[in-house]
Ligand binder design. Structure first.
Ligand code: NIG
Ligand code: FE
Length: 416
């Protein structure tokens, strides 16, 4: 039964309370056994019975629940750096998409990639992601669109999950855009999703969530209602890419179908906010996407003041958010979205867990929860997110086991 002592500040991130209630405990200790937390509190109150156990020294650093990236598009073929250059020079995301670039260019690269290559590429990315303190990610399909490629990406996610490193929670996003072979008959593609692909995803049991891009360039709210309903009837829970580039009724639809989350929301209306608040849908903010598309962010303060939990995720994808750096997204959530570091921490842990329905096992450092945690080389959450460094994480533990640990080899950073 290991004990971690000498923690400057421990953040338990309880499921209840306000967005800013992160359960900070100064000068803390943490005890776990068999992959689960059994005690968290001030070190001065550590029960005597734990004192003789194997002890690790956090060396005065802070400890947080393992970070959760609840919105990624992890597996895709190729990259789209040329589009980044075009957007930098002023061309719009929608303009590039209409000219056959955007999501469709990643679709053709993904269809052309061997599943083994997608697996190896994703595994390399995951090994970097782990070093940031991330212990669970959600991963979407949506760059295959046809039956074979969508199922094969879901199998890649299952294999990555089976590595036993971080947990991968899969989402089927076949309704990301209309694929080229159906460009003249969108209704036929929607029928293929409902009658063929969703049933196959269900048979393989490979996705927990169904997602859709509700936008002028993608699917209307009415089309989304039919697709999401079919997914829900097949046992998946709904998520929605909502109100990103225009107010298309995405948030309202999320409330109507009982979605677990509505993501993006840069253009959400006041009515949409009220609907989310009434129905308990988590708002997932994606500051990297707002930043890369040069858009004002979602109205996080209005959402929080209305009682909507706001999660923070990367949206990692080859187009609108080509970075998997969750701590960078967290710092940007403070500066762009006017959220406090504590609010952001809750957004990337317990509320992110809620956005993918895993908050009963991860996202909080409470007795009984999985011992997924990270040691961050900073005295407290304010200092961590204020003084951005490429990587302040010095250890990542999953189910009580170190996936990454440089606590001893890396000297404590001179933040004193
Ligand atoms: O979440 N909004 C739609 N989908 C992605 C972008 C995908 C892409 O550009 O490849 C997003 O931003
Ligand atoms: Fe996305």
């Amino acid at each position: 039964m290991p004990v971690l002592k000498n923690i400057s500040a421990l953040y338990t991130c309880p499921t209840d309370g306000l967005q800013a209630d992160v359960g900070e405990i100064k000068d803390a200790a943490l005890v776990w056994a068999d992959g689960h937390i059994i005690w968290a509190g001030p070190e001065s109150e550590l029960p005597k019975s734990y004192r003789g156990y194997l002890t690790f020294d956090a060396r005065g650093r802070m400890v947080i629940p393992g970070l959760i990236d609840c919105h990624t598009h992890l597996a895709f073929g190729g990259w789209r750096a040329a589009e980044f250059e075009m957007r930098s020079l002023g061309r719009s995301y929608l303009d590039i998409a209409k000219a056959g670039g955007g999501i469709l260019s990643s679709v053709s690269a993904t269809r052309g990639a061997e599943p083994e290559k997608l697996f190896e590429k994703s595994r390399t990315l995951i090994s970097d992601i782990i070093k940031l303190g991330v212990t669970t990610i959600e991963a979407k399909t949506g760059y295959g669109l046809d039956l074979d490629t969508e199922l094969s990406v879901l199998r890649v996610y299952r294999q990555l999950n089976n590595l036993g490193l971080i947990d991968i929670v899969s989402t089927y996003l076949g309704a990301h855009t209309i694929p080229p072979e159906y460009s003249q008959d969108r209704r036929k593609y929607i029928r293929a999703i409902i009658n063929t692909i969703i049933p196959m995803v269900q048979i393989e049991g490979s996705a927990r969530f169904i997602d859709i891009f509700v936008e002028d360039s993608a699917f209307t709210a009415d089309e989304a209602r039919r697709i999401l309903t079919a997914g829900i009837e097949s046992g998946m829970r709904a998520k929605i890419h909502a109100d990103q580039l225009s107010a298309c009724g995405g948030a309202e639809l999320a409330a109507e179908v009982g979605a677990v989350s509505a993501d993006h929301l840069e253009k959400i209306t006041d009515a949409g906010i009220q609907r989310l608040a009434k129905t308990g849908v988590v708002a997932v903010s994606l500051p990297l996407a707002s930043f890369y598309l040069k858009q004002p962010p979602l109205p996080a303060r209005k959402l929080i003041n209305s009682g909507v939990p706001v999660a923070v995720a990367t949206d990692f994808n080859p187009g609108s958010a080509p970075s998997w750096h969750l701590p960078l997204a967290m710092t940007m959530a403070c500066t762009m979205q006017s959220m406090s570091p504590a609010e952001v921490l809750k957004g990337a842990t317990v509320y992110a867990a809620r956005a993918i329905s895993v908050d009963d096992t991860v996202g909080s450092l409470l007795p009984g929860r999985q011992a997924d945690f990270a040691i961050i080389d900073a005295p407290d959450v304010n200092h961590w997110l204020y003084h951005f460094r490429p990587n302040a994480c010095v250890a990542t533990y999953k189910k009580g086991r170190a996936l990454y640990d440089v606590t001893v080899t890396v000297p404590v950073y001179p933040w004193y």
